[in-house]
Design a protein around this ligand. Structure first.
Ligand code: PMP
Length: 389
């Protein structure tokens, strides 16, 4: 079984919104759904379902180099972030995060600190989208930090966080560390033996698994009172009650295994495709700017500001390309990207920014098509605006 693009003429460059399902994920999900069994039942059918979940847990753990007992399946990274931050904040102390986080961290952080707004510290980022480490050290130095939550890779710019020194500094100050690694997992290697975070969130659909499945890694022995969002049958060691989504979890596990296997060849191939897309657009369009630390990004992401060409008009002029304005989660909303504003971009620059995100199934043909259509669209929008003024 292979992924069927609903539209073969579409250059799909929106992997940060969601990736096409990997054939291995489709097969595993279908096989699981084709048999009956509740993973909590003790009879043979139930054990069959439990075996599929167990395999998937090991596959996800292998991708992260952690123990399968440290993986809690959830409905996605949003739920994993909610669980992680609520549990860690309950343990006490202040919550430190950054202005460039996804709303699935920032909104949770705001919600759980409404009674104690002084307990929330939001670190600034610089013009490259990197967290100001001096501000982190200053926050840690004032003491009473319970949890530091910083994303591993930014969804809008692809900028990568250097987590190892952050974890070291936070641990020395007695704080736990959570990372929202939704955009990193399955795209670049991460080794949880080296990167000593206490909590990590992921979402399967970003690396070719099904939507609506994710996981929270909780390091064994982390000093953390668990605070379930869902109470019920006590599944997932009490962290997440409810009958397990066996088909979705099986798909997530198979996608994790395929991503792990393909990574060594996918990373250089996707990097090269992204670089050629970026180079062609910058050279052929002119008056544009690539956002984020260019040498410290995910392989498949480029965020480009095409000055004097609002992104909504550009995207509407190229229906044969799937790309995003800022982030998919906020598109349609009238507010500009909070990530670009935090990096010091003007509102106008943020409004003129398009994110292209490539992945394991992107081809050179997709890139050629995206270049031709984007060049045409930006020139068209600029021309229309110039003649109207
Ligand atoms: N964090 C980041 C960085 C993301 O990019 C996303 C998805 N856009 C999420 C969290 C939320 O993931 P999900 O919608 O799968 O729960």
């Amino acid at each position: 079984m292979t992924f069927q693009s609903p539209d073969a003429d579409l250059a799909y460059l929106d992997y940060n919104a969601t990736a096409p399902a990997r054939p291995e994920a489709l097969q595993a999900a279908l096989a699981a759904m084709s048999t009956v069994g509740n993973a909590s039942s003790t009879h043979r059918s139930g054990r069959g379902a439990a075996d599929r979940v167990d395999l998937a847990r090991r596959q996800v753990a292998d991708l992260l180099n952690c123990s399968h007992g440290e993986i809690i399946f959830t409905s996605g990274a949003t739920e994993a972030n909610n669980l992680a931050l609520r549990a860690a904040f309950t343990a006490g102390g202040r919550l430190v995060t950054s202005a460039a986080e996804h709303p699935a961290v920032l909104e949770v952080a705001k919600a759980i600190t409404t009674e104690r707004p002084e307990a929330l510290v939001v670190l600034p980022v610089d013009a490259d989208g990197l967290v100001d480490l001096n501000a982190l050290h200053a926050a840690l130095a004032t003491g009473n930090v319970g949890i530091v939550s910083l994303m591993a890779a930014n969804n809008e710019t692809g900028v990568l966080m250097d987590l190892v020194p952050i974890v070291k500094a936070a641990h020395e100050a007695g704080a736990l560390v959570h990372t929202d690694a939704t955009q990193l997992v399955g795209r670049l290697p991460i080794d949880l033996e080296e990167t000593d975070v206490d909590l990590l969130s992921l979402s399967a659909h970003k690396f070719g698994g099904p939507q609506g499945v994710g996981a929270l890694f909780v390091r064994r022995g982390a000093a953390l009172p668990y605070r379930p969002l869902l109470f019920g049958g006590g599944q997932e060691r009490g962290w997440r009650a409810g009958t397990l989504n066996v088909a979705g979890i099986a798909g997530a596990g198979a996608a994790a295994a395929a991503a792990r296997l393909g990574m060594a060849t996918e990373v250089p191939r996707i990097t090269q495709l992204r670089d050629s897309l970026e180079k062609a657009l910058v050279e052929q369009i002119g008056d544009c700017r690539v956002n984020g630390a260019v040498d410290q990004r995910l392989p498949g992401v480029t965020s480009i500001t095409f000055r004097r060409a609002p992104a909504d008009a550009v995207l509407a002029s190229m229906p044969d390309v799937a790309a995003s304005e800022g982030s998919a989660c906020s598109s349609g909303a009238p507010t500009p990207s909070h990530v670009l504003l935090a990096m010091g971009r003007s509102r106008e620059e943020a409004d003129c920014t398009v994110r292209f995100s490539l992945g394991y199934a992107t081809t050179a043909k997709d890139v050629d098509q995206a270049v031709a259509s984007t060049v045409r669209a930006v020139h068209h929008v600029r021309g229309t605006l110039a003649s109207a003024s």
